[in-house]
Design a protein. Sequence first.
Length: 162
Amino acid sequence: MGHVECTPFAEAIHALNDIKNNASVTIKRGGCILYYLAGNDWGQVFMLYYVLKILISAVVIVAITEIAKRNTGFAALIAALPLTSLLAFVWLYLDGSSLSEIADLSVQIFWLVLPSLTLFLLFPVLLQQGMGFWPSLGLSAVATIISYFIFIFLLRHNGMQF
């Protein structure tokens, strides 16, 4: 096995053939930790990395669901936190994305939060008007999708790139 130092995962993925050919490769950020946790086996490193991303993301969703069974206010607070965005920023950083790419994602998320509010405004109104759960959820989701299309059109019309 070649020499391993601590570059982004993206470079390691592209260098996988070099690693197999006993070449020197540099890995940085979370790469070295996973490399050693996987017993110095690059195939296991990449599998372990994706499993870790899935598990952490799933734990957040399950935690919010379980908390909601006990305290909807606290669950709403946790769900309102930009946890998905935070996880995406961390995964992108660990994958070697540039800071400008992460900043661009953050700005785009900011603008796309606004049309997503359609769901949170319309869904409870429809439920309170006696519409069933699934029709209310479906209609709210469709209205939100339409809001996204309109909002993205308006943003692009005003020079934003999506």
